[in-house]
Design a protein around this ligand. Structure first.
Ligand code: GDP
Ligand code: MG
Length: 295
């Protein structure tokens, strides 16, 4: 049988479990997870390679109504992506009814020819009757190419999902080497993990606008990575919260990020964190570009 390969976009409103699903499919934590919406701002690629196929996943920021310039950039990226991939996974959360944002996504998908699977996630949290009810509710809005209930968190039915994906992929080459799970550089993974810890530990007090820039990275021994990162906030008050009393908060962020990164990258990590204020960067195109959004 010929080798198959292709690109798969993951869409869905925030918090439905897109990153968790991606990680389950790829078998390693590469997209950050959190219980707060919209922690995934970039397109994160994960690669799943087996004997018979290679699928490259794109975790899009999702289609939603833009509130500022960054939002517009994200919507353009998402829509452009959908037309270019081989398959779209539309992930929904079985624990909540059809959301207005999901009706909006369905509307956007009308203009796209790519096949779409409805992935009904979080099945571990409800009983079967509700799963069927949700499927019927989505089916009333649009017919999908497959309906796949999964629990991304417990990795239930995710292998079935992978085989259904494989069926839809065209014959193609192995684009990436076997051992590659992401094409994002280590520095990106490090900044995302630091950002995740900031959001987790500061709760609502430091907004999602927080940015982490890796200023310097140096391998001083074969297994030791020294990293100097700056966390950018929008206001002095946020900077204060992030540093905490006698630097306690920043210390905790650094400690949690370091531990996770050591497990993830298999290196000893020395993580030096700084906090700086950079005002209103979300509405400034030049700054967006500097942070990697080319809009
Ligand atoms: P995203 O915003 O769509 O990328 O969602 P995340 O992957 O960050 O997940 C959002 C929240 O839902 C996190 O707290 C996850 O642990 C949780 N979650 C994801 N998948 C499942 C699942 O299959 N079952 C349950 N019970 N929770 C899940
Ligand atoms: Mg996510």
């Amino acid at each position: 049988m010929a080798f198959k390969s292709g690109f798969v976009a993951i869409v869905g409103r925030p918090n439905v479990g897109k990153s968790t699903l991606l990680n389950a499919l790829v078998g390693q934590k590469i997209a950050i997870m959190s219980n707060r919406p919209q922690t995934t701002r970039n397109r994160i690629r994960g690669v799943r390679t087996t004997e018979t196929a290679q699928m490259i996943f794109i975790d899009t920021p999702g289609v939603h109504t833009p509130h500022h310039r960054l939002g517009e950039v994200m919507v353009d990226m998402a829509l452009q992506t959908l037309g270019e991939v081989d398959l779209i996974l539309f992930v929904v959360d079985v624990t909540s009814p059809v959301h207005a944002a999901e009706q909006e996504i369905i509307k956007q998908l009308e203009g796209v020819r790519t096949p779409v699977f409805l992935v009904i996630n979080k099945t571990d949290a409800v009983d079967k009757g509700l799963i069927l009810e949700r499927i019927a509710a989505f089916q009333a809005l649009r017919s999908f190419d497959e309906y796949v209930p999964v629990s991304a968190l417990r990795q239930e039915q995710t292998d079935l999902l992978a085989s259904l994906i494989e069926e839809r992929l065209p014959e193609g080459p192995k684009y990436y080497p076997d051992d590659m799970v992401t094409d994002y550089p280590e520095s990106f993974i490090i900044s995302e993990i630091v950002r995740e810890k900031v959001l987790m530990l500061t709760r609502e007090e430091v907004p999602h606008s927080v940015m982490v820039a890796i200023e310097h990275m140096e391998r001083r021994a074969s297994d030791t990575l020294h990293v100097h990162a700056t966390i950018y906030t929008e206001r002095d008050s946020q900077k204060g919260i992030l540093i905490g009393k006698q630097g306690q908060m920043l210390k905790r962020v650094g400690e949690m990020a370091r531990r996770e990164l050591e497990g993830l990258l298999g290196n000893r990590i020395y993580l030096e964190l700084w906090v700086k204020v950079k005002r209103d960067w979300r509405n400034r195109p030049a700054l967006l570009r500097q942070f990697g959004f080319d809009g």
